[in-house]
Design a protein around this ligand. Structure first.
Ligand SMILES: Nc1ncnc2c1ncn2[C@@H]1O[C@H](COP(=O)(O)OP(=O)(O)OP(=O)(O)O)[C@@H](O)[C@H]1O
Ligand SMILES: [Mg+2]
Length: 274
């Protein structure tokens, strides 16, 4: 019999991301300080779309920040595509790992135009000195990237980003985050500040760009519906640790009732989403 080659065998191919024993305590290790990361192990296969849930202060953002290189860990090791990045400075990971944050103001440069922002994002991780080349051909590419967002941004390339709504800026941030085809896309509650309709549009765009670019993604959310409907794995964090990691058929068939039951989730703290 001829073996099927399409399905990756779990444990077979080298993981895209391997984080082991991550520990971080803020506050200079003062006595009594609780670790923000208390021994986190996380392995992502290429193409994984992993959703992280957990209450406020569970360590979700700290985990993403540690992967992005915002600070040095107290202990642990992170490899990305086989490269040890544990001590690699954050800015040197920028071509490998990109992020979209909750705050729409963070991902874009307000004083610059949409096309200037896109040109900057395109050069992310590229060698210094590469000139920003804004010609008609690039503008056509940018329009094609913006069109599927259905926000009309493709007709506003020369508009200042400061003039855009939060949702429009967030959608632009997302496009900018994937332009350089990063190895890993980190999304930290990137739709939480948007109204339900716009949040839905940005989520749709997120799933599309991840699929089209065959990206690996790690997304934090407090929205239970997103946690159920998005991704192929769901991780629950609590007190700096990963408490559960659900994948495969269990993730596919997960319901809101399952989540409440499984994690004894405080309904008031988890948004059911619109
Ligand atoms: N830069 C920092 N300096 C000091 N303490 C920090 C820093 N970043 C995070 N912490 C602390 O680490 C713990 C985990 O915070 P983190 O932001 O990772 O939580 P979270 O799961 O993202 O929560 P939320 O759902 O509220 O965003 C918290 O106690 C927080 O106060
Ligand atoms: Mg957070």
């Amino acid at each position: 019999m001829v073996a099927e080659v399409s399905e990756p065998v779990t444990g077979g191919a080298a993981p895209l991301l391997a984080a082991a024993g991550l520990r971080k305590t803020f506050g200079g290790g003062l006595p009594g300080a609780r670790p923000a990361l208390d021994g986190v192990d996380l392995t992502l296969a290429r193409g994984d779309f992993v959703v992280i849930i957990g209450s406020n202060g569970a360590g979700k953002s700290t985990l993403l920040n540690s992967i992005a290189g915002s600070f040095l860990l107290d202990a642990g090791r992170i490899t990305l595509a086989g490269q040890d990045i544990t001590r690699l400075a954050g800015h040197r990971r920028a071509g490998l790992i990109t992020r979209v944050f909750q705050d729409p103001m963070i991902g874009t440069a307000a004083e610059m135009t949409i096309e200037e922002n896109l040109a900057l994002a395109e050069r992310r991780g590229a060698r210094r000195g590469l000139r920003m080349n804004l010609n008609a051909a690039r503008r056509d590419v940018y329009r094609e990237l913006l069109k599927p967002l259905a926000l009309g941004l493709e007709d506003r390339l020369t508009a200042q980003v400061a003039l855009l709504s939060g949702g429009q800026r967030q959608a632009l941030s997302l496009i900018m985050a994937v332009m350089s085809k990063p190895q890993l896309l980190l999304l930290d509650e990137h739709t939480a500040a948007l109204d339900p309709r716009t949040a839905g549009l940005v989520m749709e765009a997120t799933e599309r760009v991840v699929r089209e670019n065959k990206l690996t993604a790690l997304m934090v959310t407090h929205n239970m519906r997103q946690a159920i409907e998005t991704g192929n794995r769901l991780i629950m964090m609590d007190a700096g640790r990963i408490r559960d990691d659900i994948g495969g058929a269990e993730k596919t068939s997960l319901t809101a009732a399952d989540l409440v039951e499984k994690f004894k989730i405080d309904n008031d703290r988890m948004l059911l989403g619109a």
